[in-house]
Write a protein that binds this ligand. Sequence first.
Ligand SMILES: [Cu+2]
Length: 192
Amino acid sequence: MGIYSRCILPRLIDVVMRKESDTAERKRLVSLARGRVLEKTFRLSLQGHRRKTRRTEMKRGLLYVVVGLVVAGTQSAVFAADLKPIHTQKTKDVVITLESESGQWKPGKNDFALTFTSAQDKKPVDAGKVSLSTSMAMSGMAPMIAGATLAPSGPGRYRGAIELPDRGTRQVTVTWDGPGGKGSTKFSVPVR
Ligand SMILES: [Cu+2]
């Protein structure tokens, strides 16, 4: 977690995302931004903003909102046996099902499960190292990106959690690399 969730994420939600009227100002500042302190210093003077951004090492113009969560082992109690599908993605070799208790993603923290089954015989597939990331295009700023690291929780089954700061459709990318093969696929999921 750290600085992103403590400082940047709340600011992003309060300052940037709920104020459509600030679009022009936001664009101006984003073009001056050199890094991650952009949102923290949003309300300070431009002078202060420049001084602070100069200290950062990230590239000019980049604004990252990256929240990676590893929740292996700590969330098993959260899940009941019954999960509802959010999305089913068929690829050539595997069928991937994204599930959660409610069957949909909402703003905030979302626990979810991913299952991999063979497209041929419907058996669980050991997908090895699995990752899931989401991005959302935002006007006037760099895309919002959030990622989750997944932990195995049974044959062909993985669990993770992701923090999604706001509503809107996410482009979801799932990648896997295991004895059953490797691959990646994209689909979209609404957050509502
Ligand atoms: Cu967003």
